[in-house]
Design a protein around this ligand. Structure first.
Ligand code: NAP
Length: 315
């Protein structure tokens, strides 16, 4: 079989969340003909959310997947070359930079904007792994429907856990939110809504020790939880477990090539999206563990495109 011809671009955007698409819109409108490689989960984390009330410009509640579809269409309309591939390796030492897709496609680029986002974090206990997809999930929007009139538990105390717990009450008869401390990290307004929801019960100061279930057919029956203050163990009968304990940045691709902090987030210069390699920019959740909002990611995507444009003009 003959090798696929290399695809060259002035701006290669890796990742298709709000940061990637916004970078694409700005780069395309600067006549840079960007190429955006969408990755494994086109549209990113917003495609597994439902209601979005905090993205500016929409007085009525919009849906995450719809918002991402609109961003994609906008990027395409202004001239972005949208590519369905997943980058599996990069070489940031070569000039132009090189990237290889899953099927072996080679890309070369004069500048790169990294917007690979972040992935859901798991508890990393053996029984969680065993029941993943059989009652253990990290996405209430994707799997909540399967728990109609059932009892489910959500682990976590941040905005995501609270939102997932509330979302799950649309299906489940009861939702138990298990949090390792006695105080939620989530925004006060969300906490208020959570407390007002009669279907939700909060289990404070507790961690999941084990997921219990049947082998044949494989399904979840309950949890063993530990009170972190008393070390007391107890059993909780549930039919589904949703993990909402945060995310890890998708940066393994750039290990030993770009500077990262000790949790793997890419480091950029102050007030800039530029990484330690000139011409390589990072935008969105891949470099931001503080704000992690669609609108902040989009803002950084814009910054990255403007910085790439300036870099290309002077090189
Ligand atoms: P997060 O804010 O980092 O919260 C993670 C939660 O999981 C924390 O409560 C943490 O406990 C808990 N946790 C972490 N590791 C754990 C473990 N191994 N076992 C048990 N519990 C564990 O993550 P997030 O809720 O996914 O939110 C991420 C970001 O997205 C935040 O900035 C958030 O504001 C934003 N977000 C915003 C919205 C919105 O605006 N509508 C919606 C979703 C997310 P501790 O509190 O004890 O650390």
């Amino acid at each position: 079989m003959s090798e696929k011809p290399t695809k060259h671009t002035k701006v290669l955007i890796i990742g298709s969340g709000p940061a990637g698409y916004t970078a694409a819109v700005y780069a395309a409108r600067a006549m840079l003909k960007p190429m955006l490689v969408a990755g494994m989960q086109p549209g990113g984390q917003l495609t597994i959310t439902t209601d979005v009330e905090n993205y500016p410009g929409f007085a009525d509640v919009i849906q995450g997947p719809w918002l991402m579809e609109q961003m994609r269409e906008q990027a395409k309309a202004v001239g972005t070359d949208l590519v369905e591939d997943h980058i599996q390796s990069v070489n940031l030492k070569s000039k132009p930079f090189e990237a290889i897709g899953d099927g072996g496609q080679k890309y070369t680029a004069d500048s790169i904007i990294i917007s690979t986002g972040a992935q859901a974090r798991w508890l990393n206990i053996e029984s969680e792994e065993k029941f993943k997809g059989f009652g253990v999930s990290a996405c209430a929007t994707c799997d909540g429907f399967f728990f109609k009139d059932k009892t489910v538990a959500v682990v976590g105390g941040g905005n995501a856990a609270v939102e997932e717990a509330m979302f799950l009450t649309k299906f489940a008869s009861k939702v138990q939110l298990i949090h390792r401390r006695n105080e939620l990290r989530a925004e006060k307004l969300l906490q208020k809504k959570l407390m007002e929801n009669k279907k939700i019960e909060i289990i404070w100061d507790s961690v999941v020790e084990e997921v219990i279930g049947d082998e044949e057919p494989k399904n979840v029956k309950g949890l063993i939880i530990k009170n972190t203050k008393t070390n007391e163990m107890s059993e909780l009968k549930i039919d589904g477990l949703f993990i909402a304990i945060g995310h890890d940045p998708a940066t393994s691709l750039f290990k030993d090539q770009l500077e990262m902090d000790n949790t793997g987030y890419l480091i950029t210069k102050s007030d800039s999206t530029e990484t330690n390699v000139p011409g390589v920019y990072a935008a969105g959740d891949v470099k931001d563990k503080i704000f992690r909002q669609a609108v902040t990611a989009a803002g950084m995507g814009c910054m990255a495109a403007l910085e790439a444009e300036k870099y290309l003009a002077s090189n």
